[in-house]
Write a protein that binds this ligand. Sequence first.
Ligand code: B12
Ligand code: SF4
Length: 504
Amino acid sequence: MTVHLVNPSHLSFGVGVITPRWLFVLAGATPSSRGRPCITDETLEPFDIGSVQPGDVVGVGIHTGNALRGYEIGTLASKRGATVVFGGIHATLYPDEAHCLGGAHAVVKGDGDVVWPLVLDDAAHGTLKPVYEAGRVDADRFVAARWDLLPEGRYMWGSVQTVRGCPKHCSFCSVWRTDGQKPRQRRVDAVVNEILELRRRGFRFVALADDNFYPVTLADLAMAERQRNAARLEQLRALRVERFELMDRLAQLPSDMVFFTQITMEAAEDTAFLDAMRRANIKGALVGVEAVTPEGLKDVYKRFNHVGETLIARLRTFREHGVHVLGSFIFGLPSDRPSTFQATVDVANRAELAFAQFVMLTPYPGTVDFEAWEKRFGPDAPQVGGVPITRHWLIPQDQRPKVYVPHPVMSAGEIRARTQAVWDEFYGLRRIWARSRCTPTLRARLAFVLISKLYRQMYANTGIATDSARVSRANRWARLIARPCRRLFMARPLPALARTASDA
Ligand code: B12
Ligand code: SF4
């Protein structure tokens, strides 16, 4: 019995930016008695269905965007006599879909770390259950990724998770509902060991694939103090101390390491935290700015963010403390107006962001926005090829409309065109070249330019463009520049690096 693990994608670029972590974690959770798992990441190349034999187990992990391709793989694998198991956020939210459309024999809801060996046992004994309620696993039971199974020369960044869950409750995000609002922080040693293993293999760029790297804010601490809630205060302080411990350990790793993470803007008020990030070589962070107006922030339940000059000052604080920002903005919020687009790109430029992404408000399942959007249609949602658009992920890729929350004054077409224009302006060559000054050498500046262009092609054109010629042009472009880009990220492997910093 061979265990196959497949990350579905309808587009393959040959080279991937970030390692899809779940593949290597599930491989780590596969007992050695089940042999060496075969890993396929279809963002590199399509899955070879011919490699599946009767009696094999095929594990497919899906998020909403790749669910349909996942169902295609599951159905084909099932026809070849394999046992098919689905997992991932989308399967957690819609387990029945995987059964009806994906040939699933079983679906794992929640974290796969602990339940996976059990599923494989049940598959071997013919006692598989249709659904496994795996829930949220405690941080000390998170399984380490098996980086020894990484295909050679394919990825630019490794990915290591340090915390799951986020205490916030943004309306467009499902994380706080699925991963929970209680931060589950991994042991420092476990995190460091994985990073060391990646560095040994020549990875010096590592994404800390966390929902929110800053789960305890100064405001949280102040509130617990005001409420004289000693137990809560102690708990929050312990979490904060652990964050600093982790960053102290990261600071002791080889000095060429570069980390990137996701964080809320509140971290700008905590300069001790930012300084620890800088020492730890966490050189960049995605910050969810989302909106530049108070109304927009209210729309997304993110009133803890700032607007106006304070917003610009907060974003600059990151940079002043050595953390470059990838600002994330959402367009299409009910309060957005045509003028919001230029106002947003002006903020992005004035705040001296290194990178920015401009996404259109998309109703993702499991979010507050999705529920409201689905409810508006009731049973009469418009259909494409017999599929209601409230199940847009089931519409074949070439006919799938880009679904966005309807807007009171702008059509989806107008929002899309204005969003593209913002990408074009922010990623114009002259602007990128000016931004590249944030890097120390000419070589690094050239790398910055190449990466900016790659990011723009991979993200904007394949993500928000509806014109298929533009999408396939962007795909070809991305394929072309992805390989030379990858080389810029790699370092000399250090096979002799000690196992943990404390072994050194
Ligand atoms: C890191 C990350 C990224 C990174 C890296 C992606 C990569 N290559 O891995 C980047 C920044 C590139 C990214 C991009 C995007 N992301 Co993202 N990302 C994440 C994040 C924060 C962590 C994912 C991760 O690595 N987790 C660690 C692994 C170990 O956990 P896991 O994937 O959940 O897997 C566990 C279980 O789900 C389960 N499991 C998973 N698969 C399987 C399979 C089987 C067989 C079994 C048994 C179990 C199982 O077991 C695993 C171990 O416990 C998640 C948030 C989250 N909490 O999931 C969002 C998240 C997955 N992203 C999301 C989105 C929307 C996107 C984008 C579409 C954003 C955008 N607007 O463009 C793009 C799409 C990219 C793409 N085409 O894949 C959404 C997905 C929502 C949805 N319903 O699909 C999430 C949930 C965040 C959110 N705000 O809601 N993302
Ligand atoms: S968008 Fe970010 S801050 Fe908001 S709930 Fe999701 S992970 Fe947390």
